[in-house]
Design a protein around this ligand. Structure first.
Ligand code: PXL
Length: 278
């Protein structure tokens, strides 16, 4: 048997199962890669104290990383919620000294339910230490705006310019996810230093999109680990997440998860339109 490719997520645990580590591992399993995790924080609101971010120590993070690397090995890594300056610095250090080939950085900042997943003083460290090591960064429109010092982004033209400007932070590719925050279809913009590519999917009328961003970047990591080129990986990942969103559901009256098993069970129903501009 050919062993599956190995993918590590460095992210927060979302106890509700829709986002973070849980979304990443579900995605990895669906795409037949071997999933591993480094948990940076536990996100779960205490009913009485209201505390909702329970950070792990830098030591615990380093121990998990060493375990994954030594017991298994890593073909691709994805980062999600890193929360603090210290965790970002240590993660950047671990990635640098391991010389990983595929590094997907999802600059997670705020959860769908409004949880703050990144400290204000961590943004500069993210820009200076982690993003330059990334193969690709995958901000949503809001995160892209913050990375560009709160520049308003409202049109596809704004997003194209934003990918070009974010490219100068040093990643090899920039993907801005317009998603449902743009008028019209769900358009994402990818830039590799030369070509701007637009990826378009129909916008799905649902509120159950918790973890969609995590799922998208996890799928990109899985596909590059399996040997796809970055552009192919983004295209396949968009198809995966669009199908997962279209079967999103909720068990309660709060925003629910995407359905990670949707494509396996029902096939893909939404052709992704690709448009390249030199
Ligand atoms: O969807 C963003 C996200 C990422 N990571 C963790 C989260 C969330 C949203 O709640 O909890 C751990």
């Amino acid at each position: 048997m050919k062993k599956p490719a190995r993918v590590l997520t460095i992210a927060g645990s979302a106890a509700g199962g829709s986002a973070g580590i849980q979304a990443d591992l579900k995605t990895f399993q669906e795409l037949d890669v071997y999933g591993m995790s480094v948990i940076t924080a536990i996100v779960a609101k205490h009913p009485v104290t209201r505390k909702n971010i329970h950070l792990q120590t830098v030591e615990a993070i380093e121990a998990q990383f060493a375990t994954a690397r030594k017991q298994v090995g890593v073909d691709a890594v994805k980062t999600g919620m890193l929360f603090s300056k210290d965790i970002i610095q240590r993660t950047a250090h671990l990635i640098r000294e391991t010389s990983l080939q595929h590094v997907i950085v999802d600059p997670v900042m705020v959860g769908k339910m409004g949880s703050i997943l990144l400290d204000d003083d961590a943004i500069e460290v993210l820009k200076q230490e982690l993003i330059p090591q990334a193969t690709i960064i995958t901000p949503n429109l809001h995160e892209a705006s913050i990375l560009l010092d709160n520049r308003p982004l409202t049109t596809i033209e704004d997003l194209k310019q934003a990918t070009i400007d974010l490219y100068s932070l040093g990643s090899q590719y920039v993907l801005i996810k317009g998603g449902r925050n743009l008028n019209g279809p769900a358009v994402d913009v990818l830039f590799n230093g030369k070509t701007v590519t637009l990826l378009e999917a129909p916008k799905i009328d649902t509120r159950n999109t918790s973890g969609a961003g995590c799922t998208y970047s996890a799928a990109i990591a899985a596909y590059v680990a399996k040997g796809k080129t970055l552009i192919q990986a983004v295209e396949l990942a968009k198809d995966f997440v669009t199908t997962a969103i279209s079967y999103g559901f909720s068990y309660t009256d709060i925003v629910g998860p995407t359905y990670h098993a949707a494509r396996r069970k029902f096939g893909s129903e939404h052709a992704i339109k690709i448009d390249n501009e030199e």
